[in-house]
Ligand binder design. Structure first.
Ligand code: PMP
Length: 389
């Protein structure tokens, strides 16, 4: 069976280096995937590991899947040097399900959890936790249009009755507003940090030991929609503040090694391929270097221009989601945003439309976006300014 190489209907000027007819996809998620991962998946859908059966058709109890799962977990651990005292789980329901699984498993009704509300997804996380206990928004970025990450002295942790919070929840990268934590917040001693790392997981080195639990929908940096990576410190499996259906218990998923029921075999397989790709790239140090280089190409255009305006405060800018618009001071700026998007799509720079809450443009430059894509976008931005500025 040969690889399918259908061409996009337009004839864009920017196509990926493989020359396969694929264009640069700046989608915020599901995001672009490494081309060699897609090519491997094409083969394995037909027949994986010489088994005569494709990955989509194998039982989750079959030997072929045993190996897929074991390698995915081992590579995931290797990439971030995850200690044995943490469990690695591949769950379903997206990061959105973690928004309620976290408090359901870790927050008793009479306890308080602190939330660092730095963006849209962090807002959603805080809302869900209110179903299970008291929520203290130790930081609320809404009045600041979530344009920056708070400093430690701007954060007000709860101290009700002298008790420490059950945990502190953060979101390391704010996909919609384009901001990113450059440090781990200084939380009260002994309080676990829960991190929604959906949009920057494995884009740079991460010290897992600073966190009690990390979760990430796979579909941006480490695979496709359908599985959510959860890295949880073992002692947190013992909290059990309430009775829960088995599918909502971290301890059950840990005991059954992410196979209590039929897991999303293909999504986990895809994460496994992406983990191997990450290791082949030289790991997180190498990816971080490349991601910095990529983002700089675009931020340099913003910094050198009065025509564009970035949303994020420069010291909090995300390396993964770059949010900008034509500056409101420019005549017909909103019209120009629309024109930018239409012309960019024609040029092969796809899915650059910003989220409705920020408007304008958003370039998502996840791990699999090649440097050439960011260079093509930076060149396009300069040219668009020259013609319309
Ligand atoms: N958290 C963050 C930071 C996200 O970017 C997203 C998705 N864009 C979510 C949570 C929700 O993820 P899911 O769609 O996997 O539930």
């Amino acid at each position: 069976m040969s690889a399918v190489a259908s061409k996009p209907s337009a004839s864009p000027s920017a196509v990926t280096p493989s020359g396969s007819g694929r264009i640069f996809n700046f989608s915020a998620g599901p995001g672009c995937l490494p081309e060699e991962v897609l090519q491997q998946a094409q083969q394995d859908i037909w027949n994986i590991a010489g088994s005569g059966v494709g990955i989509l058709e194998h039982s989750h109890r079959a030997k072929v899947y045993d190996k897929v799962l074991a390698e995915a977990e081992a590579d995931c651990r290797k990439i971030a040097n995850i200690p044995a005292s943490y469990k690695v789980l591949f769950l379903t329901g997206g990061a959105t399900t973690q928004n309620f699984m976290v408090p359901a498993n870790l927050l008793a009704q009479d306890q308080t959890a602190d939330y660092l509300t730095t963006g849209y997804w962090a807002e959603k996380s805080a809302e869900q936790a209110k179903l299970y206990g008291t929520v203290n928004e130790a930081w609320d970025g809404r009045p600041h249009k979530h344009a920056f990450i708070p400093s430690d002295d701007q954060i007000k942790y709860s101290t009700s009755g002298g008790a420490k919070p059950a945990y502190v929840h953060m979101c390391s990268n704010n996909t919609i507003y384009g901001t990113q934590w450059k440090r781990t917040p200084a939380v009260p001693a002994g309080v676990p940090i829960i991190n929604d790392a959906s949009s920057d997981i494995y884009s740079q080195p991460i010290d897992v030991t600073k966190f009690g639990l990390i979760y990430a929908g796979a579909q941006k940096n480490i695979g496709i929609a359908g599985t959510t990576l959860v890295i949880i410190r073992e002692d947190l499996l013992q909290r059990n503040p309430r009775e829960l259906p088995v599918m909502l218990q971290y301890r059950m998923h840990a005991a059954d090694q992410s196979r209590h029921n039929t897991p999303p075999v293909f999504a986990i397989y895809m994460s496994g391929l992406v983990f191997k790709w990450i290791l082949k790239q030289g790991g997180l140090e190498a990816l971080a270097k490349r991601n910095q280089e990529k983002a700089k190409l675009i931020y340099d255009v913003l910094d050198g221009s009065k025509f564009y305006k970035g949303h994020a405060r420069p010291d909090c800018r995300s390396l993964m989601n770059i949010t900008f618009r034509v500056a409101p001071e420019v005549k017909n700026s909103e019209e120009l945003d629309g024109k930018f998007l239409a012309e960019a799509t024609k040029a092969g720079l796809d899915q650059l439309k910003g989220h409705r809450s920020t408007g304008g443009m958003r370039a998502s430059t996840y791990n699999a976006m090649p440097l050439a894509g960011c260079k093509a976008l930076a060149d396009f931005m300069r040219e668009f300014e020259r013609k319309n500025g």
